[in-house]
Design a binder for this molecule. Structure first.
Ligand code: SIN
Length: 331
């Protein structure tokens, strides 16, 4: 029987993988998000051996400028593509906010087919650019039958990470991603995919969040706590500016300086939903019974930037902190 190559769509959004500068020595100071999707795949003609490839330019930005609008556009486009016979999706993305988009898609894609995000730490013009190999790996991963029925994944530096677990843990090194709470899902070697781990919180298809009719998300902002915390001022300002929810990057297992916490308790009474995450890289936030009674929500093991995504999606369904807490426990 003739082998039919899987149909993979590459959705390009920009990032360093599409970055450029006029010297091959530079790995900083370049402009991210300038090279087109088609130019990216021209640099890796070998991917045509793995799959039938088509491309779409969704955006071309530095991902530090990522918006709810672009993430919604991506989710809607991917859900549409999966109803039209596409076998897998690869998204080229800046690494700065890759974990946020990956987690957003994990909560909003209604398919068990593979979705893989990929980027690069060195611009396309750099000596030893990592983009082409990462892109080759990402296509191999999206094209592999073993990749079905899994979370949205990130393919960087020969490693496979889950959307829920993955965190950017280095500013500059090509080995910039790891999953402190979960470990790597697997590896890609010379185009061959190896899984060695299964992620626990399965969300694709089972997620209750339907973004098909949404054009915006409730505003949720993030506050840090720190010695001599002055965040109370910022908390009030965020709410005055329309925030419906706040995520606190707490210290330790979710503690908040009393200066800030006093004001947060007042905001809870006004109906603002507040999820407590942690500044610490690994572990899980514990909210005391007394604080839960006041309405504080534990973001569990989600870091603040991913907790923001889940809180915003949760607020499209309910304002009830108890119900929102259930989402944090489940997804
Ligand atoms: C970006 O996130 O768009 C720039 C940084 C990178 O991709 O590594």
């Amino acid at each position: 029987m003739a082998y039919t190559k899987p149909k993979i769509v590459i959705l390009a959004t920009g990032g360093t993988i599409a970055g450029s500068i006029d010297t091959s020595v530079a790995t900083t100071g370049y402009t991210a998000g300038v090279v087109s999707a088609d130019a990216l795949i021209q640099a890796v003609p070998q991917i045509k051996n793995l799959a039938k490839i088509s491309t779409q330019q969704i955006a071309n930005i530095d991902s530090s400028n990522m918006t709810d609008e672009i993430q919604l556009k991506l989710a809607k486009e991917i859900n549409k593509l999966f109803t039209s016979g596409i076998d897998g999706i690869v998204i080229t993305h800046g690494t700065d906010t890759m974990e946020e988009t990956a987690y957003f898609l994990n909560l909003t894609i209604k398919s068990n087919k593979p979705v893989v995000l990929v980027g690069a730490m060195r611009p396309s013009t750099a000596m030893s650019a990592d983009g082409p190999k990462n892109l080759y790996n990402a296509v191999a991963l999206a094209a592999d039958t073993l990749s079905k029925d899994r979370d949205v994944m990130v393919a960087m530096n020969d490693k496979i990470q889950s959307a829920r677990g993955v965190v950017k843990t280095h500013c500059l090194n090509v080995d910039a991603f790891s999953s402190p709470n979960f470990g790597d899902l697997g590896y890609i070697t010379d185009g061959q995919v190896f899984f060695c781990n299964n992620i626990t919180k399965k969300t694709q298809k089972k997620s209750p969040f339907d973004v098909s009719k949404l054009t915006e998300l409730p505003k949720v902002d993030i506050l840090y706590t720190y010695s001599n915390d002055g965040g109370a001022v910022a908390a009030k300002a965020f709410v005055a500016d329309g925030a419906k929810g706040l995520v606190i990057a707490g210290s330790g297992s979710g503690n908040i300086h009393q200066n800030q916490k006093k004001v947060l308790k007042e905001l809870l009474k006004e109906g603002v939903n507040i999820a407590i995450s942690s500044r610490v890289v690994a572990g899980r936030v514990v909210v005391s019974k007394a604080d839960a009674k006041l309405g504080f929500i534990s973001a569990e093991d989600l870091n603040p930037q991913k907790a923001r995504i889940l809180l915003a999606l949760a607020l499209t369904k309910t304002n009830n902190p108890k119900k929102i807490q259930e989402y944090f426990l489940k997804y």
